[in-house]
Design a protein around this ligand. Structure first.
Ligand SMILES: Nc1nc2c(ncn2[C@@H]2O[C@H](COP(=O)(O)O[C@H]3[C@@H](O)[C@H](n4cnc5c(=O)[nH]c(N)nc54)O[C@@H]3COP(=O)(O)O)[C@@H](O)[C@H]2O)c(=O)[nH]1
Length: 793
C-alpha cells in the first residue's frame, strides 16, 4: 500500500501508457480470464493514483499541447462530451420509464457518472469511477469486459488523436445495441475524460446532480424499506421461479407453513399442496400467470406437520426484458379463521344438523339447476319424495330420541344407496327427497330407471333398524315427479312428487307412485310385464321358432332360432317387446341360457334325421349373456349334455356389442371357436365396426341388417352400403347372409352381387318346429319350385 502511495506525480502518463501496453498485452494473450484480471488490476492502479496530489506535466508533445491550461477548444470538447453523456442518460431514463429494472441500471450509471465528475476534481481515477466500473464489471461477462477494455483503450487513443472527433464517436457508440453496450461506452468515455479532467483544473465542473441523485436514491430506498416493512407485517410473501421452485419466503410465511426458510428455498411450492383443490385448479393458475397476468384466489395449503390453512393469494408475474415471466411473487393473507366461520355458516345454512344431509334450501337450489338443464337441453331427471310410514306413531310412543335415531339411520342408508351425482336431502321431519340426474333421454326409459331406483330404495329402507337395542321395521312411501322440457318450477315439482307420495300412501303404503297418470300406467304395465317375465320361464311360456336360411341355389342350409313368449292372458308377445326389459332386469341370463340349451336339444334331434342333419342353427346371444364370466363353460356344457356337433351351432352377436371389452370378447370367441362353434355378426352396418377389430374376431359370417335390404329399392346409398359390405366380406374371407329379404327385386339384386345366403319372409317367416320341419321335409320339392332356381333359369 505504502509503496503505491509513494508514487510520483510524474507517473500519470506512464500510467496511461502502462494501461495501453497492458491492454495490448492482454489482447495478444487473448484469454478472457486473464483479461478481466488484468483489467481489474489496471483499475486499481488508476484508482490509487487519486493520492497523487500534483498534476503531472505531460511529457508527450501531442498530449501536452492539448492539455495545457487555457486550451479552450479542448475544454469545450470535454464539456460537450459530458453533457451529451448526461443528456443521453436522461433520455435513457425516459425511455426505460416502464421498465423498473432497466431504469434502475440507468440511474445507477447516471449517479456514478455524476459522482465520477464530482470526484474527478480531486483525483484521476477515483472512487466514483471505480464504483461505476465495479457494478459494470459485476454485471458483464468476461467477453464483455474485454470489449469494455478495448473500447476504453480506443477512447484513450482517440483522446490522443483529437477530441473533436467525439461527436462522431458518440454516434458510433449510440449504434451499439442494448444497455450493456451503452454502459461500456460511457465507461470508456469516462476513463478518457477523467484523465483529461485531472490534468485540466479549469474544466472542473461543479456538479450538484450527484446530491440530487443521492437524495433520489435515499428516498426511493426509504420508500422501499417502508413498503417492505408494511408488506412483511401484513402479508406472507413467497417468490418462486417459473418452475414453481421457491426462491424467497418471508418470515411470516415460514411461520404459517411451519418450514424454516432453508427448508423452503429451492423446494417446489407443491410441497405445501393440501390436495383440497380440484385437478385443474393449479393448471388454470399457471395458465394465467404464464401469460403475465395477475391471479387471485383462495388456496388451501398444508403445514409441515399436516395442518390445513387457507390463504387469500395474489400472484404477480415479474417479467424479464423479453416480456416473459422470470419469477412469480405471491402475496398472501391468512384466511383460515374466516374460512372456518364460512364453513360453519354454510353448514348451518345448507345442511340438516341431525342427519348432516343437505337441507331444503340446498336441495331447492340443486333442483332449480336440474330444472334449467332439462328445459334447456332436454335432460331427464327425476324427483323422488320419500315419507316414512307411521313415523309419527314411533315418535309419539318411543320418544323423539328414538325417532331421531331412525332418521339418522335412514339418512345414512340413503347416502350410500344413491350414485355420485345424485342428491339426497332431508326437507322436513320424516321427509326425504332424492334427485336422480342424467337419466335416459327417452322419458319412458327414464321413468323405468326411476322405478328401479325407487324399488331399490324401498328394499334398502325396509331392512330392520336397530333402535336402542330393539329391532324396528319401517316402510316408506315414494312419490315421483319426472323433469323434462315441460317442467314448470322446482316448487311445482315438489308439489307433484308430494301428491304422488300421498297416492302411494293411499294405495297401501310402501310403494312407488308417479305423479303423471300416463306415466304411472306405463310404469304399471312395465312392472306387470317384469313380474310376468319372471314367472314365464318356470311356467314354460317360452318357445323357439325357426326361420329358414337358404343358399344361393335356394336350398335350406340353416335356421335362426327366435324366441316367442306365449303369455297366458296377453297372447304372443314379441321378443322386440320383452328382450330389452329382460336385458335391463338381468332376466336375459336365465332366458338366454334356456334358448341356448333348447337350440342344442333341437340340433341333437336334427342330427338324427337325414333331411335335417345338415341344418345348422343360429342362436342370438345378448351382450349381458355373452359377458358372463362362465359363458364359454355354459356353452360347453350344453353341447356335452346334448352330444351335438358344435360346428352346427352358430352364435349371432350384434355389432353394437363390440364397443366395450373387445379383448374379453375376442378371448371368449376364440375359445368357442376352438370348440368349432361359428360366429355370425348380426345387424351388420348399423354399428361402428372397426376393420381393425373385424380382422381380429374369429367370425365366419356377416349378416347384412334388414334395414338396408328393406330400403334398397328407394335408397341408392343403401344399395351402395350393401355392395360395400359384400366386398368387405369377400376381402375378409367371410360368408355373407342378407336378412329380411321380402321381394324378387331384393333377391335379384343381392344374387347379382354375389350374396351367399338369404333369410326373410320371401322364403319363410319364423315357424314353430313342426311347421319348420315340414318345409325341410319338402325340401327337394321346395327347391325345385324355389324362387332362386326360377331366377337362375
Ligand atoms: N337375445 C335374443 N334375442 C332374440 C331372440 N329371439 C329373437 N331375438 C331378437 O328379438 C328381436 C325381434 O325378433 P323377431 O321378432 O323374432 O324378429 C326376427 C324376424 O322375425 C324378423 N324377420 C326375419 N325376416 C324378416 C323379413 O323378411 N321382414 C321383416 N320385417 N322381419 C323379418 O327379423 C328378426 C330377426 O332379427 P335378427 O336376430 O337380427 O336376425 C330381434 O332383434 C331378435 O334378434 C333370442 O332368443 N335371444
Amino acid at each position: 500500500m505504502h509503496k503505491i502511495i509513494n508514487f510520483k506525480s510524474s507517473t500519470l502518463l506512464p500510467l496511461a501508457l502502462v494501461c495501453i501496453s497492458i491492454v495490448a498485452m492482454v489482447h495478444s494473450i487473448n484469454k478472457s480470464k486473464a483479461d478481466s484480471a488484468m483489467l481489474k488490476r489496471t483499475y486499481t492502479l488508476l484508482n490509487l493514483s487519486k493520492n497523487i496530489q500534483t498534476i503531472p506535466i505531460i511529457q508527450n508533445d501531442s498530449f501536452k499541447s492539448r492539455l495545457l491550461p487555457g486550451n479552450e477548444g479542448v475544454a469545450k470538447a470535454v464539456d460537450n462530451t459530458l453533457e451529451r453523456m448526461l443528456d443521453n442518460l436522461i433520455q435513457m431514463q425516459k425511455i426505460t420509464a416502464d421498465n423498473p429494472a432497466q431504469q434502475k441500471q440507468v440511474v445507477e450509471v447516471r449517479t456514478a457518472l455524476e459522482t465520477f465528475i464530482h470526484e474527478s476534481n480531486k483525483s484521476l481515477i477515483n472512487k466514483g469511477g471505480l464504483n461505476l466500473l465495479g457494478p459494470t464489471i459485476s454485471i458483464v461477462s468476461d467477453g464483455e469486459i474485454n470489449q469494455l477494455y478495448a473500447v476504453m483503450i480506443e477512447r484513450l487513443r482517440e483522446f490522443d488523436s483529437g477530441l473533436q472527433k467525439s461527436s462522431q464517436q458518440q454516434q458510433k457508440y449510440a449504434s451499439l445495441s442494448g444497455l450493456a453496450s451503452e454502459i461500456i461506452m460511457l465507461v470508456s468515455l469516462l476513463l478518457g475524460v477523467s484523465i483529461f479532467l485531472k490534468t485540466h483544473k479549469g474544466l472542473r465542473k461543479e456538479v450538484s446532480l450527484r446530491q440530487r441523485a443521492e437524495e433520489y436514491w435515499k428516498s426511493a430506498l426509504t420508500e422501499l424499506k417502508y413498503q417492505k416493512f408494511a408488506l412483511d407485517k401484513h402479508a406472507h410473501v413467497v417468490v418462486t421461479d417459473t418452475q414453481g421452485r421457491i426462491q424467497y419466503a418471508n418470515a411470516k410465511f415460514c411461520e404459517i407453513s411451519g418450514y424454516a426458510q432453508d427448508e423452503l428455498i429451492g423446494q417446489n411450492h407443491s410441497i405445501m399442496n393440501s390436495g383440497q383443490h380440484p385437478k385443474g385448479f393449479f393448471k388454470e393458475m399457471y395458465r394465467i400467470i404464464a401469460k403475465g397476468e395477475t391471479w387471485h384466489n383462495e388456496i388451501c395449503n398444508r403445514t409441515k406437520d399436516g395442518q390445513l390453512y387457507w390463504m387469500d393469494t395474489t400472484i404477480v408475474p415479474f417479467m424479464n426484458d423479453n416480456g416473459k415471466p422470470e419469477s412469480y411473487i405471491s402475496i398472501r393473507t391468512d384466511i383460515t379463521q374466516r374460512k372456518a366461520v364460512d364453513e360453519k355458516n354454510h353448514l348451518l345454512a345448507f345442511y340438516d344438523p341431525l342427519t348432516t344431509l343437505p337441507n331444503r334450501r340446498y336441495f331447492v337450489d340443486r333442483l332449480s339447476k336440474a330444472v334449467t338443464a332439462s328445459k334447456r337441453f332436454g335432460r331427464k331427471s327425476a324427483l323422488l319424495f320419500l315419507d316414512l310410514d307411521y313415523f309419527k306413531t314411533l315418535n309419539d310412543t318411543q320418544g323423539h330420541h328414538i325417532g331421531d335415531m331412525l332418521l339418522q339411520q335412514v339418512a345414512s342408508r340413503l347416502k350410500s344407496a344413491i350414485r355420485e351425482g345424485d342428491t339426497v336431502a332431508r326437507i322436513g321431519g320424516d321427509e326425504f327427497v332424492v334427485l336422480l340426474d342424467e337419466l335416459n333421454e327417452d322419458i319412458i326409459e327414464a321413468a323405468g330407471q326411476t322405478e328401479v331406483v325407487g324399488e331399490k330404495l324401498l328394499n334398502i329402507l325396509n331392512q330392520p333398524y336397530l333402535l336402542n337395542g330393539n329391532e324396528y321395521i319401517s316402510t316408506l312411501s315414494i312419490g315421483v315427479a319426472m323433469l323434462d322440457s315441460q317442467t314448470q318450477t322446482e316448487e311445482d315439482l315438489l308439489k307433484q312428487a308430494d301428491i304422488a307420495m300421498y297416492q302411494a300412501k293411499k294405495a297401501g303404503r310402501n310403494m312407488v307412485r308417479f305423479f303423471d297418470p300416463v306415466m304411472q300406467d306405463t310404469i304399471n304395465s312395465r312392472v306387470a310385464l317384469e313380474r310376468d317375465l319372471r314367472k314365464a320361464l318356470n311356467e314354460k311360456q317360452f318357445q323357439l321358432h325357426y326361420q329358414v336360411q337358404v343358399d344361393s341355389t335356394g336350398l335350406p342350409v340353416g335356421a335362426e332360432a327366435l324366441i316367442r313368449w306365449r303369455h297366458p292372458e296377453r297372447g304372443m308377445i314379441s321378443p322386440a317387446h320383452f328382450i330389452p326389459l329382460a336385458e335391463e332386469t338381468g332376466l336375459i341370463i336365465p332366458i338366454g341360457a334356456w334358448v341356448l340349451d333348447t337350440a342344442c336339444a333341437q340340433l341333437a334331434l336334427w342330427q338324427k334325421k337325414s333331411f335335417t342333419s345338415h341344418i345348422e342353427l343360429a342362436v342370438n346371444v345378448s351382450a349381458k349373456q355373452f359377458n358372463q364370466v362362465n359363458f364359454v363353460e355354459q356353452v360347453r356344457q350344453s353341447i356335452a349334455r346334448h352330444h351335438i356337433n358344435p360346428s352346427m351351432l352358430k352364435i349371432e352377436l350384434t355389432e353394437s356389442m363390440l364397443v366395450d371389452n373387445i379383448n374379453d370378447i375376442i378371448t371368449k370367441m376364440s375359445e368357442l371357436n376352438a370348440m368349432k362353434i361359428r360366429f355370425s355378426l348380426d345387424d351388420f352396418g348399423t354399428g361402428y365396426s372397426s376393420l381393425q377389430y373385424l380382422k381380429k374376431l374369429p367370425l365366419s359370417q356377416l349378416k347384412i341388417d334388414q334395414s338396408f335390404i328393406n330400403d334398397m329399392s328407394s335408397d341408392g346409398s343403401d344399395r351402395t352400403i350393401i355392395l360395400t359390405i359384400i366386398a368387405m366380406a369377400r376381402a375378409l374371407n367371410l360368408d355373407i347372409i342378407a336378412e329380411g329379404v321380402e321381394t324378387d327385386a331384393q333377391l335379384a339384386f343381392l344374387r347379382n352381387y354375389g350374396c351367399d345366403h338369404y333369410q326373410g319372409y320371401y322364403f319363410s317367416k319364423p315357424l314353430p318346429i313342426n311347421e319348420f320341419e315340414l318345409i325341410l321335409a319338402e325340401g327337394a320339392e321346395c327347391s325345385l319350385n324355389n324362387p332362386l332356381l326360377t331366377l337362375a333359369a
